[in-house]
Structure formats: C-alpha cells, structure tokens
Design a protein around this ligand. Sequence first.
Ligand SMILES: Cc1cc2nc3c(=O)[nH]c(=O)nc-3n(C[C@H](O)[C@H](O)[C@H](O)COP(=O)(O)O)c2cc1C
Length: 216
Amino acid sequence: MTLDLSSDQLLSTTRAVRHRLDLTRPVARELLEECVDLAVQAPTGRNRQRWHFVIVTDPDRRAALADAWRAGVSAPGTSPALRDRDLRRMNVVDGVMDRVFSGAAHLYERLHEVPALVVPCVEGRTDDAAVVHQAGTWGSILPAAWSFMLAARARGLGTCWTSGNVANEKEAARILDIPYGEVMQAALIPVAHTIGTDFRPARRVPRDEVLHWDRW
Ligand SMILES: Cc1cc2nc3c(=O)[nH]c(=O)nc-3n(C[C@H](O)[C@H](O)[C@H](O)COP(=O)(O)O)c2cc1C
C-alpha cells in the first residue's frame, strides 16, 4: 500500500522527520525490502552497484549503534564552519532553525527507539582519493539512499538523513561488522511510520540564487 501522492508531491514533501516518527509501531521487514528494491534502481558509476544497506532492527544493536552515532554527533570539529551566506539561507524562514534544533535534539535522545536504523554503504574507500573518484563513489550511493527515503515516504514511513555514525565510522563499523577498510558508510537513516502522513513542501532559498544558466 502506498500513499496517494503525485510524483511532484512525493519529491516536495519528503521531509526530515523526527518528532513525528512513531516509536511505538514496528516497521514490517517487507516494507524495508521494497524500499531497498526501489533504491537499487538508482544509477551507479559503470553500473558497478557497490552499494549495501545495513538495516538494524535488533534492539541491542540499535542501542549500541545509537551510542556510537551520538558520540559522532557530539565529537568536536564535526560541524563545519558556517559562513554568513549559510546563516542567511538557514534562516530564510523565521524560526525554522529552532524547529530543526528541537527535532535534532529529540532524535538525539530517542535514536535507539526508532524501529529501524538504515546505514547505506558503498564498497571502496576514498579517504585520500582525487575528487573525481570521491564524486564517483559518493555518486554511486547517495542517489540510492535518497530513493530509499522517497520510497519510504510513499509507504507512510518517515526518515531523516543523518551522519553521526560517519563521524565515528570505525566504531559503527565494529558494531555492525562492516569491513571498514573496504566499505564506507554514507549516512544513518532512521525509519519509522509517521504520525499522520501530511507533510508540506519546505520554503527554500529563491531559485534565482542557485540556478545558473550557461555560466556561473
Ligand atoms: C548531510 C546531512 C546531515 C544531516 N544530519 C542530521 C543530523 O545529524 N540530525 C538531524 O536531526 N538531521 C540531520 N539532517 C537533516 C537536516 O537537518 C534537514 O534535511 C534540513 O534541516 C532540512 O529539513 P527538510 O529536509 O525537512 O527540508 C542532515 C541532513 C543532511 C543532508
């Protein structure tokens, strides 16, 4: 069963869901499998399909992963420096960042209670690689991860892109038995049924500020 959403509605209302994750309702394995089936329709460089999705539902492992994620989120130096332009864009809507911080704090406290934690991974490390190799590797997992989130939204599931595990990647790899030397984690996506299914398009920076025709 999927929600009655047009493709444009799906693309414009797949929000970062935190307060409205239903922590009391398990997510059926089949729904998560369907999301993975759709995710792997995404493109990959040379069709190499080096993607993996580690889906964690076991409560003890979720708790351990959530602890590692929290340590990553709180680690000094994990937040990039903000420029004036960033601050202006972040606050393009009054009060929006208060809501983001409130949601992020809620997720921080409750991550271990979210019924499924999904870690999209890609084979091949790019720690010291040239930009073209970084782009090729991340470009071969991030579209799939976003497709997973869109497929989840279509099924009444909420998600939120996060990367605390990436900031504490070795520890998260140890907990999940991911071969750290060969495989990179791209994100950690909490997944739960949403409380209600109505989500609105976000207001973003004006198009003219980001769209460049023919030259920068
Ligand atoms: C790379 C990346 C990292 C993020 N990390 C977190 C996070 O650690 N915690 C969190 O609650 N949200 C996180 N988010 C979600 C963003 O805060 C969210 O996408 C943004 O505020 C816009 O909200 P919207 O997607 O609902 O429009 C992250 C998003 C991205 C793309």
